[in-house]
Design a protein around this ligand. Structure first.
Ligand SMILES: [Zn+2]
Ligand SMILES: [Zn+2]
Length: 137
């Protein structure tokens, strides 16, 4: 998944985005913070360069969920769209399930599995990391 321009957006369509650049590190996050932010038991994320993510329509509202983390969402419908961490200033994470074609970027690992809900059963053979799968989280 290197040379394809990906597009996606929120539930109501007010926010539309395009990713013009490689997406790395597609993963499922099981952390409690992502759960609260999205209402889902785990969330698929992918990471791209900050400048690769372009808003085609609308704007992101942001909520600072911790001192270093800002979560982007649509203010109209509430769809969770992005995650920015101060330790990774040049990057931004995008919820892969908001892509128009989420099948293009299947997650390749599970992170924050220590927070996994007991009824959220993992049925694949992907690597599982107890916390973040990368040094900067
Ligand atoms: Zn929306
Ligand atoms: Zn998380």
């Amino acid at each position: 998944m290197e040379d394809v321009v990906l597009e996606g957006g929120c539930l109501c369509g007010a926010v539309r985005y395009r990713i013009d650049g490689p997406v790395r590190n597609p993963c499922f996050c099981h952390c409690a913070s992502c759960r609260r932010a999205t209402g889902a038991p785990m969330v698929p994320w992918g990471t791209c360069a900050r400048e690769a993510l372009q808003l085609v329509r609308g704007r992101l509202s942001e909520f600072r969920s911790s001192a270093e983390v800002s979560r982007g969402f649509c203010a109209r419908c509430g769809t969770s769209l992005t995650y920015r961490h101060a330790a990774r200033a040049g990057e931004i994470d995008v919820t892969l399930s908001t892509l128009d074609d989420p099948t293009l970027l299947p997650p390749r690992m599970h992170v924050w599995v220590a927070d996994r809900l007991p009824w959220m059963l993992i049925g694949d053979d992907l690597p599982q990391h107890p916390a973040s799968g990368t040094p900067a989280g």
